[in-house]
Design a protein around this ligand. Structure first.
Ligand code: IMO
Ligand code: MG
Length: 424
């Protein structure tokens, strides 16, 4: 019996989960997404090809792979169809490689309208949602109103859709909100795309996943977003609407906690956040701008410039605690090449009191307490073995390992598959 190993983002999303899943997929015949939806943007680079995945698991480019969209995901048929066609255009047999759980909830066009209306109503305190309809779709799921992939196969799909749409229209009518959106056109397309989904293997995800594990197929669960955006433990309400921590892989795929094996926690050597909400180590100065430019920190889903700042150890420890991370994966340290000094928040001062806990209050005054490191002034991008890494950089990563108490087993020093050091 194989274990379910999990890849998670430990920060505010955009840690580089897509690249790591693609690299690890060499060892995992099955990759499964367990939460989130097309708010995710997982970038993969190999050879001259770059691709951003939103709904399809990042194992899809590996020959012979099985890629499961799990029940915990919310799926937008239109975005899914566009994505699959773009993958197919690269010569990848996407229908052979992707399977979808029946219990996966669907995003309908009015979810996007509700998302936009909710955000407009919040005004200055908006969440900065990706406007993909994520929050409203999960609300309908837990409110027991949702439509699921399995419903597409039923004869009463259109009726179910109309009931849901009616509820949405009633709600939308209460908002003082207009948005340039051709609902009728979007709906027609949406129904065609729901039909398109029928061309895929629609499965009982929980049975399939457990029987794959039972037949000795290792599965890698691919998280979306990050721990600090978790609906319970993130900086609520500036969060996404799903469980981004390890436990989400159990409910989002139908796998028991005792089946979890390795938990890979992915983090960048610095931090970024897109959308609103607290970000204690945010820079907002020339150094922050340099990180943004060097790291190409612009949203893969929305194109928005990402907020940038130094690595935040209290947040990292919090994420590791929540998910029982067994191995750390550090991304993009090469972005900091050439910096004179590199800083890390080793604690906070919250309302003047020193702590290393992430505060409950999102409006608390959090002042990071920094530790400074000498910059490594060389091109990490060209390092392919641990022996090539400069002493200053080794000091930086050993400090993180000591503080967090988990080894960094993978270092990614550039976007390409081969710019990866697997440590012993
Ligand atoms: P990946 O998987 C970064 C952020 C949004 C917003 C908040 C809520 O690429 O790491 P939502 O659309 O979920 O209602 O938005 O969460 N957000 C992400 N930020 N990476 C992501 O995904 C994100 N998915 C959502 O910017 O602040
Ligand atoms: Mg992203």
């Amino acid at each position: 019996m194989k274990t379910l190993d999990v890849v998670l983002g430990l920060q505010w999303g955009d840690e580089g989960k897509g690249k790591i899943v693609d690299v690890l997929a060499e060892r995992y015949p099955v990759v499964a997404r367990f939460q989130g939806g097309p708010n995710a943007g997982h970038s993969i680079h190999f050879g001259n090809t770059s691709f951003v995945l939103h709904s399809v698991p990042s194992g899809v480019f590996r020959e012979g792979s099985i890629n499961i969209i799990g029940n915990g995901v919310v799926l937008d048929p239109t975005i899914f169809r566009e994505e699959c066609q773009a993958i197919e255009a690269l010569g990848v047999p996407v229908r052979e490689r992707v399977k979808i759980a029946k219990r996966t909830n669907l995003i309908v066009p009015t979810h996007k309208l509700l998302d936009a209306a909710d955000e407009a109503a919040l005004g200055k305190s908006k969440i900065g949602s990706t406007l993909k309809g994520i929050g409203p779709a999960y609300s309908d799921k837990t409110g027991r109103n949702g439509l699921r992939v399995g419903d597409i196969l039923g004869g009463d799909f259109k009726e179910k859709y109309d009931i849901l749409k009616h509820k949405h229209m009633l709600r939308l009518g209460q908002y003082d909100f207009t948005f340039p959106f051709d609902l009728e056109k979007a709906e027609e397309q949406w129904f065609r795309d729901a039909e398109y989904i029928k061309g895929f293997d629609i499965i009982d995800g929980e049975y399939e996943v457990n029987s794959l594990l039972g037949s000795d197929k290792a599965i890698l669960a691919e998280g979306a977003q990050g721990s600090m955006l978790d609906v319970d433990f993130g900086s609520y309400p500036f969060v996404t609407s799903s469980s981004t921590a390890c436990a989400g892989a159990c409910t989002g795929l139908g796998v028991a906690p005792s089946r979890i094996g390795k938990v890979y926690g992915v983090f960048k050597a610095y931090c970024t956040r897109v959308g609103s909400g607290p970000f204690p180590t945010e820079l907002g100065d020339a150094t922050g701008e340099l990180m943004r430019q060097r790291g190409h920190e612009f949203g893969a889903t929305t194109g928005r410039p990402r907020r940038t700042g130094w690595l935040d150890i209290p947040a990292l420890k919090f994420a590791v605690m929540l998910s029982g991370v067994t191995e750390l994966v550090m991304m993009k340290a090469d972005v900091l090449d050439g910096f004179e000094t590199v800083r890390v928040a080793c604690g906070y001062r919250v309302d003047g009191v020193r702590t290393d806990r992430v505060p409950y209050d999102v409006y608390a005054e959090v002042e990071p307490v920094y530790k400074e490191f000498k910059g490594w002034k060389c091109d990490l991008e060209n390092c392919r073995r641990e022996e090539d890494l400069p002493a200053e950089f080794m000091e930086y990563i050993r400090y993180i390992e000591r503080e967090v108490g988990v080894p960094i087993s993978i270092l990614s020093l550039g976007p390409d598959r081969d710019q990866t050091i697997i440590r012993k």
